[in-house]
Design a protein around this ligand. Structure first.
Ligand code: NFS
Ligand code: SF4
Length: 623
């Protein structure tokens, strides 16, 4: 029992960890235990296998080898490894963005039945940013032109990405001076892979600078495109009520769980699940309906736009299967543990992979393409409905707790809308001190940290101190489970923030979306800075990723800092093998970018660091 409680703070997590053990499942926590002790060289970033003269390791105690076979020292190896993490993260977000651009183009060309343009407003706005005049053009024409222009962003023919038009002047000047203005999205990632090949860039500072540029190509490029095109195709999120935790899986309904990141597949499943014919089939099979639930960021995308409930975050993905209630799990890509398929063999659950670039053991592969997505989605929902009667009653355990209520859908447009159309009231609230500042609490779960403890503890402290929290990704789901995303949670906030939340009817913790939607936070920060004629780094803002695990999170943290936002990480990145790099990233970089990283595993201490940082920024602004 104590062991289970040490793994997660969530009630449903604890119940289903027990159930999983009963069913003989091995979970992510068990596999983590089995890996211990993990490799100390790798933890410090001191191992390299970039070439076949290696693999090489640097002895952190200074007794064994201090250079790899090629002569690379600790600084070079740590910087190269970090660079490749950034490249992988940026590539993931950006390739996700590219897939959306493809759908946008095919919608315009009439080759994507079932998909439409849901937000002409955003289509026109973004097209204008790309220098495409809307006059006289149909939305379809505009979509094709914009898609072509966005495809260009991925290449190499630009001096700077188009969305940099939203970045404050002062910030742009800093990037130009440092030579880190991102050019093409793929170019920066490709260049990172080049630089980190044996015998190319062997200056750790120059490698790190390119790392920042690579991350910026994600934040102001690939992820930005992903979010904006998702809004064009599926609509701009607006505040919407929903529910969260494993209690959202219904005993008497067909449960389809959507896991992954890209809304391209899940939106089509959402449409298919409304089909009267399939609903009739469900009732024929004895089910009272077709219930969709989300996991991870595909879940967040559906939640933000359609109010679809969330079953859980990253570490709940295996436990969701152990309810025995999932009739089908459909995955696209990213953060989908390869263990899931085998776990599902213990139940009746149908596991479906959908992306040509993401296949998994023990999953049936049903590839989605824009041309056929609509019919494919119907086929899958039909299979799920037919699977309902194959549930294994002896293996079913409904969640004992009722789902927690939550509110999501806080796009920048929705937040500004709630404020009456401009950032002025928020700026006033910050000036008056009612709201001391704002912090983005984002990122994953990681079995190295008691699940959700890092997120929830940090966020509770921040709101108690009148700091508004905006969140995305698995952090957002953690906060929702803890009940922090209902307007009544304002009672947990300090007096100033409480007042602001009550007058607007909003929670003190605003759900801004999936992880690519971290760019909504950037966008809002830039809008505030622009409204004040200042730089993002002057504002009383911060970011935190208390339980991060993924390479994508590394890229996000780097573009946050490069954009001028102080960022605290809860789990240490593999850089501690190079004291010089640690010093640069946690101290000296402040002088270059007006922001730095901190690593603080204790969320209470992290809260104190952030509060101190916000006080300093306020003081510098004369507040
Ligand atoms: Ni972000 Fe979303 Fe979750 Fe982490 Fe994975 S689902 S993209 S990477 S684990 S927050
Ligand atoms: Fe070793 Fe250098 Fe090859 Fe890395 S690149 S494996 S340090 S020889």
């Amino acid at each position: 029992k104590a062991e289970i409680e040490a793994r997660t703070i969530t009630e449903d997590g604890q119940v289903f960890l027990q159930k999983a053990a009963q069913d003989g499942l091995e979970t992510v926590w068990d596999r983590y235990q089995a890996q211990k002790p993990q490799c100390g060289f790798c933890e410090l970033g001191l191992s390299c296998r970039n070439c076949s003269m290696g693999p090489c390791r640097i002895d952190p105690f200074g007794e064994g080898p201090q250079r790899g076979v090629c002569g690379a020292d600790a600084d070079i190896i740590v910087a190269r490894n970090l660079g490749r993490m950034i490249a992988a993260g940026a590539a993931s977000h950006s390739d996700h963005g590219r897939d959306l651009v493809e759908v946008l183009r095919k919608v315009g060309e009439g080759h994507a039945p079932g998909y439409t343009i849901r937000s002409e407003e955003k289509l026109k706005k973004v097209a204008a940013e790309f220098g495409i005049a809307a006059d006289g053009k149909t939305p379809a024409d505009l979509a094709v032109e914009l898609a072509h222009a966005m495809e260009e962003e991925f290449g190499t023919r630009k001096k700077a990405l188009t969305f940099l038009g939203r970045v404050p002047e002062k910030r742009r000047a800093i990037w130009d001076k440092l030579g880190i203005t991102p050019r093409g999205i793929d170019r920066e990632t490709s260049e990172m892979m080049h630089r980190t090949h044996m015998g190319v860039d062997n200056d750790w500072q120059s490698l790190l600078l390119h790392g920042l540029r690579n991350a910026l190509s994600d934040g102001w490029g690939g992820s930005f495109i992903a979010t904006e095109v998702s809004d064009i195709l599926f609509g701009i999120p607006q505040p919407v009520p929903s529910e969260v935790n494993l209690g959202v899986l219904k005993e008497n309904q067909v449960n389809i769980v959507l896991h992954g990141h890209n809304p391209i597949v899940s939106e089509m499943i959402y449409e298919a699940a409304q089909d009267p014919e399939l609903l009739a089939l469900a009732s024929e099979k004895g089910a009272e309906g077709i219930n969709l639930a989300g996991l991870c960021c595909t879940g967040n995308e559906l939640l933000m736009r359609r109010g679809i409930p969330m079953a859980g975050n990253h570490l709940m993905t295996e436990l969701a299967l152990s309810t025995g209630l999932v009739d089908m799990m459909i995955v696209d890509y990213q953060c989908i543990m390869p263990a899931l398929g085998e776990i599902a063999t213990c139940y009746h659950t149908l596991m479906i992979s959908t992306s040509d670039k993401a296949k998994f053991p023990h999953m049936a592969h049903h590839e989605f393409h824009p041309e056929t997505a609509q019919s494919k989605a119907r086929e899958l929902v039909r299979m799920a409905v037919e699977n309902y009667e194959r549930r294994l009653p002896a293996k079913v355990l409904p969640a004992p707790n009722t789902p927690t209520r939550m509110m999501a859908g806080f796009s920048v447009e929705a937040i500004l809308g709630a404020l009456g159309g401009s950032p002025a009231p928020l700026i006033e609230a910050i000036k008056s001190g009612a709201v001391q500042g704002a912090v983005g609490v984002v990122g994953c779960n990681n079995p190295k940290i008691r699940q959700d403890f890092g997120h929830v503890t940090l966020t509770r402290h921040l709101i108690e101190n009148d700091i508004l929290v905006v969140d995305t990704g698995c952090a957002a789901v953690a906060h929702a489970k803890a009940g922090l995303k209902v307007p009544e949670a304002a009672a947990l906030a300090g007096p100033g923030l409480q007042q602001v939340c009550k007058s607007l009817g909003i929670p003190p913790v605003l759900h801004m979306g999936s992880c690519v939607d971290n760019v909504r936070i950037l966008d809002l920060a830039a809008a505030l800075a622009n409204a004040l004629g200042t730089d993002i780094s002057d504002l009383p803002l911060a970011a935190a990723a208390p339980e991060w695990y993924s390479e994508k999170a590394v890229s996000i943290a780097c573009y946050a800092v490069a954009s001028g936002i102080f960022t605290v990480l809860g789990t240490p990145p593999p850089i501690f093998g190079s004291p010089k790099i640690v010093k640069l990233l946690t101290e000296d970089i402040e002088g270059l970018l007006g922001a730095s990283f901190a690593v603080e595993p204790d969320p209470e201490k992290a809260a104190a660091r952030i509060e101190q940082h916000i006080r300093q920024k306020r003081k510098a602004l004369g507040l």
